[in-house]
Design a protein around this ligand. Structure first.
Ligand code: SF4
Ligand code: SF4
Length: 386
């Protein structure tokens, strides 16, 4: 292997958050404390060393930061207080920016001004579209905005198409970045390209980690956090599925009855979202657990937006069922101004990207290990072990 050293790498990584590892003397205590290290003797130190040595390409190809699940055991035992957990969080933000072809993830993850600015811009754009829609499609004069009472029904089916666009467009960007992740972490390394049969066999690893966050459950420190994270994940995926496949139910002229499935699915997923995001926010406020002891701006944004989206959705629902049409209208506008920026900014560029990158990293890692085992058993020494 021949990697060039880039002395600017450490400064570059530090743009994405805390990375105070210059005091690390490679004692290995973090590896010993980490329940996810398994037989990877250099996890999580390896990525840290890459940064300190300026090995940019090796860092870009590394999957380790995604395998870390944030428990903080390593930070507790580190004799030099170098906070390896925080270092891994920062590396995840940095790598998410490396995978992103638009360049926006880099701006959003390294600058508060860009992060707040992009969320505010999308929120303002939603408001502007709502005003234009009422002025030119509904043909309502501006002076009637605060007095004319009307339900949400006139927005259907326009809002269905709009919802599909604001979910599917960012999802498409995220999937294209996931493909770039594959190119950077796997495809570049010819020695670990696996036959298609192994990709199919190992696809179960992706599904397992995508739907269950199983790796988190393997860490004793994370045992309590795992079921809550699982509920939050089910809430996010379930609500996205309802919005993509079942939004029409919400839009029937007659308000749907108590027995309607969208009601109960919607209530269930909303409860999961409120509970999961609320628990994270409470943890970050209390700072009792290592994982929540130190929170950066980016760590707050996603759970705050999730909580606010779920809460504003409940308000819209209550007002609609109470027959308060004008209030429903305004609360729905506020709900859209919170939910759309979250979908458009956080899903493809921000914290939400880990929904795809983490299970993909598990998938690629298990393929790498499978290839490694096969090469060892056939008597060869894989290039990336030398
Ligand atoms: S425990 Fe701290 S000092 Fe020791 S290798 Fe890990 S990060 Fe470095
Ligand atoms: S935060 Fe937990 S999972 Fe991540 S490297 Fe440290 S000990 Fe391992």
């Amino acid at each position: 292997m021949n990697f060039d050293s880039d002395p600017a790498l450490l400064a570059e990584v530090r743009k994405y958050g805390k990375f105070d590892v210059t005091g690390c003397f490679n004692c290995g205590s973090c590896t010993l404390s980490c329940d996810l290290a398994n037989d990877h003797v250099s996890f999580p130190r390896r990525s840290t060393r890459y940064v300190l040595m300026g090995l940019k390409q090796a860092l870009h190809e590394s999957l380790d930061p995604w395998i870390c699940h944030d428990c903080g055991d390593c930070s507790t035992v580190c004799p030099r207080q170098t906070e390896p957990r925080e270092g891994m969080v920062t590396l995840r933000r940095y790598l998410a920016s490396v995978y992103d072809w638009t360049g926006l993830a880099s701006k959003v993850n390294s600058s508060k001004i860009w992060h707040i600015g992009s969320l505010s811009f999308v929120g303002a754009l939603v408001l502007w579209l709502i005003v234009l829609y009422h002025l030119y499609v509904v043909k309502m004069p501006l002076s009637d905005f605060s007095s004319t009472s009307m339900g949400l029904e006139h927005t259907f089916p326009t809002v269905t198409s709009f919802t599909l666009v604001v979910i599917l467009f960012p999802l498409l960007i995220l999937l294209s970045n996931a493909f770039r992740m594959y190119g950077i972490t796997v495809h570049r390394k010819e020695s670990i390209r696996s036959p298609i049969s192994q990709w199919i066999v190992e696809a179960k690893t992706f599904m397992l980690h995508f739907f269950t966050y199983k790796k988190m459950s393997e860490c004793p420190t994370e045992k309590g956090r795992w079921p809550k994270h699982l509920l939050l994940g089910i809430g996010c995926l379930g609500m996205l599925a309802v919005l993509v496949f079942a939004l029409r139910w919400f839009q029937t002229d007659k308000i749907y009855p108590l027995s309607h499935p969208q009601r109960w699915l919607g209530y269930l997923f909303t409860a999961f979202l409120l509970f999961g995001s609320g628990d994270i926010l409470l943890g970050r406020i209390k700072k009792e657990k290592e994982v929540y002891k130190s929170s950066e701006f980016e760590d707050w944004v996603f759970p705050v937006l999730l909580f606010a989206t779920a809460l504003s959705g409940i308000v819209v629902h209550i007002l609609r069922y109470s027959g308060l049409e004008l209030a429903t209208h305004y609360s729905y506008a506020v709900h859209m101004m919170i939910a759309v920026p979250m979908l458009v900014v956080e899903m493809p560029f921000g914290k939400w990207t880990h929904m795809i990158y983490r299970p993909l990293a598990m998938y690629f890692q298990s393929l790498k290990e499978r290839t490694l085992r096969q090469e060892w058993s056939s008597g060869g020494v894989p290039e990336y072990v030398v």
